[in-house]
Design a protein around this ligand. Structure first.
Ligand SMILES: Cc1ncc(COP(=O)(O)O)c(C=O)c1O
Length: 365
């Protein structure tokens, strides 16, 4: 019997382009024949300092790994409530902010419902929108990456979208949305999801979490991936209007957060002052790298409030620059998407990482 699997799949899934993930460290190391320690990884906005040493110590001592985790992740939610001075009842934990980006759509989107995406931005909003059979309506950012507010307001009238996702600071350019812009968006009849994955590196690290209680349509997402160095453990959180939380809790996978991830997050929150120190190092290095990139005649770096810097590449092919760096074990990001093909994005590493990057770029002069 011949069995045609495609005939059984949902039609919109067949049309979906695959997400292009970055290659794992060890695979790149093998491909390039360079040991992992020799690779400078500046392509995924990870924290070069990794977790605090207390985290692996605590994880090594962890018992009861044969027992399922708490479906309500009560310990870390209580600690986050304390940290942000909000109620535990407003917090939901996800396997990274990524899980929450998708979970919100699962609860909100019926097939064909509209969500607004403002590219260039984090690719998962459009990806999860397509996966959830939403109609993803792009309202592109202006040339300086600010939002086209009139276009968004018009789209709200014309298409009655249910959701808008906005990263602040935005990935890939690192710009922060202003208070006036966010207030204007919140006045529109749609759910506003502010993705604050990088907010700790910005000049307004308090972000919008405290404001959730003042609006019925505001959701704020955060992650332990970037700021706390836990990207590999997959843990993030969202702050939601109170009446949305029981719905999310009812719909999420019951054991989405592993015992290990929850413990790592709790340990991080107990030693938060050390994380803040790491953040300061990264912010200082961002300033230093910005100046050095600026000094390269064929690069135009954008100011950034995040742990990466986007640069326009002049007079040469950005994809080739990325490839040449890769051959030397220096990994950066290039995007094959409209408006970004002549750009590269570099994450902030340790000072030694910047040194290697800059000397390789200088040799390309
Ligand atoms: C804007 C933004 N949000 C969320 C994420 C993903 O966060 P997490 O690792 O918590 O899933 C990223 C990762 O690159 C990002 O750039």
């Amino acid at each position: 019997m011949s069995f045609e699997i495609d005939a059984y799949l949902r039609p919109h899934i067949l049309k979906m382009p695959a997400y292009e993930p970055i290659l794992p460290y060890d695979v790149v190391s093998q491909e390039l024949n360079i040991p992992m320690e020799g690779i400078v990884k500046l392509d995924a906005n990870e924290n070069p300092y990794g977790p605090l040493p207390e985290v692996p110590e605590r994880l090594a001592a962890l018992g009861n790994l044969h027992i399922y985790p708490d479906p309500e992740s009560r310990r870390v939610r209580d600690m986050l409530a304390d940290y942000h001075q909000i109620s535990t009842d407003n917090i939901v934990i996800g396997a990274g902010a990524d899980e929450l980006i998708d979970l919100i759509m699962r609860l909100v989107i019926d097939p064909g419902d509209v969500l607004i995406n403002c590219p260039p931005t984090f690719g998962m909003y459009a990806f999860d929108g397509t996966l959830n059979n939403a109609r993803v309506l792009n309202v592109p950012r202006l040339l300086n990456y600010s939002l086209e507010l009139d276009g968004i307001a018009q789209a709200v009238i014309d298409f009655r979208p249910k959701l808008i996702y906005l990263a602040t600071p935005n990935n890939p350019d690192g710009s922060l949305l202003s208070r006036e812009t966010i207030e204007a968006l919140l006045a529109l009849p749609l759910l506003v999801v502010l993705d604050e994955a990088y907010i700790n590196f910005s000049k307004q690290p308090e972000g919008w979490i405290q404001e959730v209680e003042n609006y019925q349509n505001l959701i704020v997402l955060r992650t332990f991936s970037k700021w706390a160095g836990l990207a590999g453990l997959r843990i993030g959180y969202g702050v939601f209007p109170t009446n949305f939380v029981p719905r999310l809790m009812a719909a999420k996978q019951p054991y989405n957060i592993s015992v290990v991830a929850e413990e790592a997050a709790c340990t991080t929150l107990r030693t938060i002052h050390k994380v803040d120190r790491m953040t300061e190092l990264i912010i200082a290095e961002r300033g230093r790298l910005q100046d050095r990139l600026q000094a390269i005649s064929w690069l135009e770096p954008y100011p950034s409030q995040a742990n990466f810097i986007l640069c326009r590449v002049l007079d040469r092919d950005a994809a080739t620059v990325k490839m040449k760096l890769r051959e030397q074990g220096i990994l950066i990001r290039h995007f094959n998407t409209p408006g970004l093909t002549d750009h590269i994005r570099v994450s902030i590493g340790k000072p030694g990482d910047s040194d290697r990057l800059i000397s390789a770029l200088i040799k390309m002069e």
